[in-house]
Design a protein around this ligand. Structure first.
Ligand code: HEC
Ligand code: HEC
Length: 385
């Protein structure tokens, strides 16, 4: 099969070159030898995919949305490569599965050497925007992990690689392993114009790929974009979004009243960077309090793609979205450090959502699923196994 494909590609490029000398394809992107090495291990396109980010026009973003496709291509291979874990048993993708919006469906994910993680895997999407997204309280602050303790996406990757429960590889080990594998040579050459990639370059390539994963291709964003075009504002409270069902529109307002103060209104920042939503009276894992003091609190995660990312919370303790809604409706604990937004008269708030509110809220949360990113081949596993 590979040979047939290869022949087909050859014929195609021959046809293209013979028709028009100016065509981009007239020169091979990778040299013939490099292409052969790549083809032995990987199913990569003959010229790299574009990884540039396209945000809906109602979003003002100040991040650079140009992604270097050579670095992202290298990053994609690294992301799916089990060689990056000490016993070659897990890759980034083992715990960040594309079909689950790059999250995992177990509370704690298996890592290298038979260990398991101590927290629930976080979904990946639009992390390039985190500085902006989580910037309101800690601009240039600390946006990665459930405890917001990693300052940059590179620091996040380096710590994940080194974490004995995750990949168990110091960056120097990653460096020597990657540089000894034949299929990395052509990719490193393209990405960094060098034979041997440094540890920092390896982290940059992973970051380039992770940064390119977005989550704005949703029914919700289409609805907001149309509304924005008509009214030139992003206030969607009480507005019936176009193409939304009555239930989804109702759910939007349930969300805006009860959830948006922390999880964010439209595409902008969440209301809070980190908070305590009263899961426990007594927290075993104290989250951000461990490195920054104070009472237990955790990152307020994005709810984009939330229908794909069960189980929920830092410890994966809520199995379904119904459990989550029930938590906010009735089960919030009046714990030390509980967010004041979840208290009333010194008691834990009970949102007391009706059955109608609950199904509307669920319908609305479903509009935030990005179907494209979870099936887009450019984010998929490139290995021929
Ligand atoms: C063994 C499972 C596992 C592997 C392998 C793994 N991760 Fe994770 N990842 C997690 C868990 C669990 C968290 C949350 C950890 C925490 O907050 O303490 C996380 C968090 C993250 C975050 C932070 C997201 C946010 O919203 O703050 C990013 C980004 C990330 N991982 C990317 C990667 C990359 C890139 C790799 C490969 C180099 C990788 N992960 C490998 C389990 C894993
Ligand atoms: C006071 C702030 C606050 C409010 C209001 C709030 N949340 Fe949260 N939410 C959080 C925090 C903090 C977490 C993480 C808590 C943890 O893991 O310990 C969280 C986590 C979640 C998660 C888990 C996401 C994941 O990836 O695991 C979901 C789902 C969620 N909230 C939904 C909602 C819904 C729906 C509402 C409205 C009914 C709501 N939240 C209201 C602060 C809030």
């Amino acid at each position: 099969m590979k040979n047939v494909l290869f022949l087909l590609t050859l014929t195609l490029s021959f046809l293209l070159t013979s028709c028009n000398d100016d065509l981009e394809y007239s020169e091979k992107y990778y040299s013939e030898e490099d292409q052969e090495v790549i083809n032995r291990h990987l199913n990569l396109p003959n010229t790299p995919y574009s990884y540039n980010i396209k945000y809906p026009e109602y979003i003002t973003t100040f991040v650079n949305t140009n992604i270097d496709y050579d670095k992202a291509t290298l990053g994609r291979v690294l992301f799916y490569d089990k060689s990056l874990s000490s016993d070659k048993s897990v890759s980034c993708a083992s715990c960040h599965k594309q079909e689950l919006a790059f999250s995992d469906d177990v509370a704690f994910s298996p890592g290298a050497e038979g260990k398991v993680t101590t927290r629930n895997s976080l979904a990946l999407g639009s992390v390039i925007n985190f500085r902006l997204y989580y910037g309101s309280e800690v601009f240039n602050g600390i946006p990665f992990f459930w405890d917001n303790s990693a300052a940059t996406i590179q620091e996040q990757s380096q710590r994940t690689l080194a974490n004995p429960n995750e990949m168990n590889m110091h960056i120097t080990q990653v460096h020597s392993r990657v540089n000894s594998i034949e299929y990395y040579k052509p990719l490193i050459k393209k990405a960094f114009n060098t034979e041997i990639a440094t540890g920092d370059q390896i982290l940059d390539a992973i970051a380039e790929f992770t940064n390119s994963i977005t989550n704005y291709n949703t029914k919700f964003d289409n609805g907001v974009a149309k509304h924005y075009k008509n009214r030139f504002n992003t206030n969607i409270e009480g507005v019936n979004l176009q193409d939304f069902t009555a239930l989804e529109n109702k759910g939007k307002d349930v969300y805006l009243t009860n959830c948006a103060p922390c999880h964010g209104t439209v595409a902008g920042r969440p209301g809070k960077t980190e908070s305590n939503n009263g899961l426990y009276m007594d927290y075993k894992d104290k989250g951000a309090a461990v490195h920054a003091g104070g009472s237990p609190r955790f990152k307020v995660p994005t709810l984009r793609n939330v229908m794909l990312t069960a189980p929920y919370m830092h410890d994966g303790s809520l199995a379904t979205i119904d459990d989550v809604i029930e938590h906010y409706s009735k089960n919030i604990k009046n714990t030390v450090g509980l967010d004041p937004l979840l208290r009333s008269n010194n008691q834990a708030l009970k949102m007391n959502l009706t059955e109608d509110d609950k199904s509307a809220l669920k319908a609305f949360l479903s509009t935030m699923t990005d179907e494209k990113v979870i099936s887009d081949v450019k984010f998929s596993d490139p290995f021929i196994r």
